[in-house]
Write a protein that binds this ligand. Structure first.
Ligand code: ATP
Length: 782
């Protein structure tokens, strides 16, 4: 007699398609019959609560579907509490894997033994299945193999030490100043004193006996070693620490989820679910690639640099391979029916005549490419790339105007509310005088104002709507959307874009990320590319100065002189990794310091943790020159436009990537006055200097990207970098031309011989492609 499936097995059987449904954007396409039918099958029997949640699923609207699925999934797996709410038969926690038990990569994380609440933590980071954990690569690595001998360290050296807190004290040498001293004992018996200035919030992490890993700069007082701590990690005290004595990965996380926890989860996932390699051995040999399991171990827990490099190369190759395969497979139906606009030359002239400037040649050329697309029957899918301030928005505004003149509505979607409001102001400037009705729709508006705007959109009383994600909520229905402009698209999830694009409008994507053309073609694949490679005339190049932090006083003296001349300044603090609370507090402290150094200046603060409405308010006041210095975390990175701001000071500039520094610097120099950027280096090594000198020496995004590339030698222990493109996690577009070529060649070869990937040898490759396509659908999107 066949064995009856246990409830746990049934639960998993049901959970998988539901999760797939969620990942695929709640399309009710799961197993031919859809979710309702799935539950009506015997599979649903032991789960009446779940069935109840999902009854009538097919009839629900998108957000309701998503919510119902999430509730159902929670009932199916998450906590004992949720399970208890389920009927008796199902009241059985998901059993964790037995040691040595081999699990499939699509097993839910609840089966991984990650301690109390572990599954929930992973899920909150978007990691639902073991494969998600396996492919959530560290964003950088730190070499903690040989922690330094404390008797040998030198003044000023940056070191990482691990140890146990043996003493702690707090003192306040003067009012408003708080110093926290902690003595750490290393396993070798050395002692180091770590010091935090004015950071009371760290104290609670530092109970006596706590195991810490600290990174900071050495100060020596006779034989005693003191550390000015820059980075702190708390360990959970387990014997088999994954966080010291090796090259350690640092993961994307959020408050309350420690690095140690994530390392342990990755470790367990690797042990429990070593994946089958989807790339047959002879191709691995042909392209000198290591096998998948070795690659995953290498990226998470490398034995040495070579192992890390090997793993990184293989996984990067795979990312490109699947991207290429998907593009080639989808290429057949690449031409989609879109809107057909007249986009008349007269209308372009009308638009330009209303501008306070003439288009540059580059803008004109790109506009021609856009209007060609708009006039054709094909759906436009075009990426406009241009350096910061090159005038992308002005071009997009013109395209929107053309759409409106042809009787359609237009939409512009921005990644943040600040940017949406700014675009709104700009578009009103460009289009208001041409009788185009421009509307704004963002989350921070009152429910009533939102509803009113939604109604106006639905009734066609607004011509162009600017907004954030609020634009693609289900209750927003356009009357006749013709053109959608998406700013910095990679910040949007694919699901989100798909919603906006449901009515098949033409699509224009704007991006300031400098990617060489050939690589952009791969990265964005299905988007045609237009490049604005010329800045508007009359811009005085920004003068950039790199200084060391002992010259801060002079730098701020210079800022003050600019302020006395009626100018404004941005001061940006470096992101403190893995802890947004620290980041916020660092910015707060810097603002306070500046108030002491520059008592005359009016100073305010902007940080990522502020509610959106408050951020807007601060930006509005800065734009209106109600204060002089905006101290901020990197929330201002993209697109902020305050022409009166002429100085950008970047503290701890060494902690930023060059591309990011370039973007940040682009926030000044937007008016006619001479603008300045001061990079303050908190670290004085030759390498840092060399890198930052690149920014000092050039204002061209492409030149900077290339110089950055040359500096990073092949022997370097390189962290994984995020390309900003949804399914390329490791990709380093500027550096990967060879790998891309190889991956493309292999993808072509595979499909030339087996266009549908039907050969049994390609079984794993096919299912991996499906897995990856589920979370990122390219052509399907537009
Ligand atoms: N052809 C032009 N001549 C003069 N000024 C221009 C021209 N085109 C745009 N500008 C002005 O230059 C500034 C930057 O333009 P815009 O905002 O369109 O650039 P962008 O490429 O979208 O910038 P970012 O990537 O920084 O958001 C604006 O103040 C705009 O009015």
């Amino acid at each position: 007699m066949p064995r009856m499936a246990t409830v746990a097995e049934l639960r998993e059987k049901l959970r998988r398609p539901l999760l797939a449904e969620l990942n695929a954007g709640c399309q009710n396409r799961v197993v031919a019959g859809g979710v309702d039918k799935l539950l009506a099958s015997p599979l649903g029997n032991p789960f009446p609560k779940v069935r109840e949640e999902l009854t009538g699923y097919a009839e629900l609207g998108q957000p309701d579907r998503e919510a119902a699925l999430k509730r159902a999934l929670a009932l199916l797996t998450e906590t004992p509490k949720a399970a208890a709410r389920a009927p008796k038969a199902a009241r059985q926690a998901v059993p964790t894997a037995q040691p040595g038990e081999r699990l499939a990569p699509d097993t839910p994380v609840a089966r991984l033994d990650t301690g109390p609440g572990g599954a929930r933590k992973l899920q909150s980071l978007g990691l639902h299945l073991l494969r998600d954990v396996l492919h959530a690569y560290p964003h950088r690595h730190e070499d903690r193999r040989a922690l330094p001998d404390l008797s040998q360290v030198e003044e000023g050296q940056k070191v990482t030490v691990a140890g146990r807190v043996v003493a702690k004290s707090r003192r306040s040498p003067k009012p408003g100043m708080m110093i926290l001293d902690v003595t750490l004992e290393t396993p070798a018996g050395g002692r180091v004193k770590a010091t935090w200035f004015n950071q009371p919030w760290v104290e609670k992490q530092l109970r006596e006996g706590a195991q810490l890993v600290l990174t900071g700069r050495v100060k020596k007082f006779g034989r005693s070693v003191q550390l000015g701590v820059e980075h702190l990690e708390t360990l959970d005290g387990a014997q088999d620490s994954l966080s010291t004595g090796r090259i350690v990965g640092v993961y994307d996380s959020k408050e309350g989820i420690s690095q140690e926890f994530l390392r342990r989860a990755a470790h367990r996932a690797l042990q429990a679910a070593p994946p089958d390699d989807y790339l047959p051995a002879h191709w691995r040999r042909q392209y000198s690639l290591t096998d998948l399991a070795d690659a995953l171990w290498g990226i998470h827990f490398p034995h040495d640099e070579d192992h890390l490099r090997r793993g990184n190369t293989r996984l990067r190759f795979d990312e490109y391979l699947f991207l290429e395969l998907r593009m080639l497979l989808q290429g057949e139906d690449a031409v989609l029916q879109g809107k057909r606009f007249q986009a008349s030359g007269d209308d372009i002239h009308t638009f330009e005549a209303a501008l306070p400037f003439r288009f540059t040649n580059a803008q004109r050329r790109v506009l021609l490419e856009i209007t060609d697309d708009m006039r054709s029957e094909r759906q436009m899918a075009r990426l406009v790339q241009g350096d910061v301030g090159s005038g992308k928005t002005a071009v997009a505004a013109c395209a929107l105007y053309l759409a409106v003149r042809d009787g359609y509505q237009g939409a512009l979607m921005a990644p943040t509310e600040i940017l949406a409001r700014q675009h709104y102001a700009n578009l009103r400037g460009y289009l208001g005088q041409l009788d185009v009705r421009v509307g704004l729709l963002i989350g921070a508006m009152t429910a009533r104002a939102k509803l009113e705007m939604q109604t106006r959109i639905a009734e066609g009383e607004v011509d162009v709507v600017v907004g954030t994600q609020a634009l693609i909520q289900d209750n927003v229905r356009f009357d006749h959307l013709g053109l959608a402009v998406v700013d910095e698209e990679h910040r949007f999830g694919v699901q989100q874009r798909r919603k906006l694009l449901a009515g098949r409008p033409d699509v224009l994507v704007m991006s300031a990320t400098p990617i060489p053309r050939s690589l952009a073609l791969t990265a964005y694949g299905d988007l045609e590319l237009s490049i604005i490679d010329e800045l508007p005339p009359g811009r005085t190049p920004i003068e950039t100065k790199l200084i060391q932090d002992n010259f801060r006083q002079q730098a701020y003296g210079f800022v003050m002189r600019q302020i006395r001349e009626g100018r404004q300044a941005f001061v940006v603090t470096a992101l403190i990794e893995e802890n947004d609370t620290l980041e916020l507090l660092a910015a707060t402290q810097l603002a306070d310091d500046l108030k002491t150094i520059l008592p005359e200046a009016r100073i305010d603060l902007l940080h990522g943790k502020m509610p959106a409405a408050e951020k807007d308010h601060v930006m509005d006041r800065f734009r209106a020159h109600e204060f002089d210095i905006l101290v901020s975390t990197t929330v201002i990175e993209v697109g902020v436009d305050v022409p009166n701001a002429t100085v950008m000071v970047i503290e701890n500039a060494e902690r930023f990537g060059l591309a990011q520094l370039h973007q940040l610097r682009g926030r000044v120099g937007r008016g006619s006055a001479q603008s300045y950027c001061v990079l303050i280096a908190g670290e004085h090594s030759k390498k840092t200097r060399q890198r930052l000198k690149i920014i000092e020496g050039s204002t061209d995004g492409f030149v900077i990207a290339e110089a950055d590339l040359k500096l990073r030698g092949p022997g370097e222990l390189r962290g994984t970098r995020q390309s900003g493109i949804p399914d390329l996690r490791l990709a380093d577009l500027a550096n990967d031309a060879d790998i891309i070529e190889q991956a493309r060649a292999l993808a072509k070869h595979i499909l030339a011989h087996d266009p549908k990937l039907e050969h049994p040898r390609l079984q794993y490759l096919r299912s991996e492609l499906q897995n990856r396509s589920q979370s990122v659908a390219y052509r399907e999107v537009i």
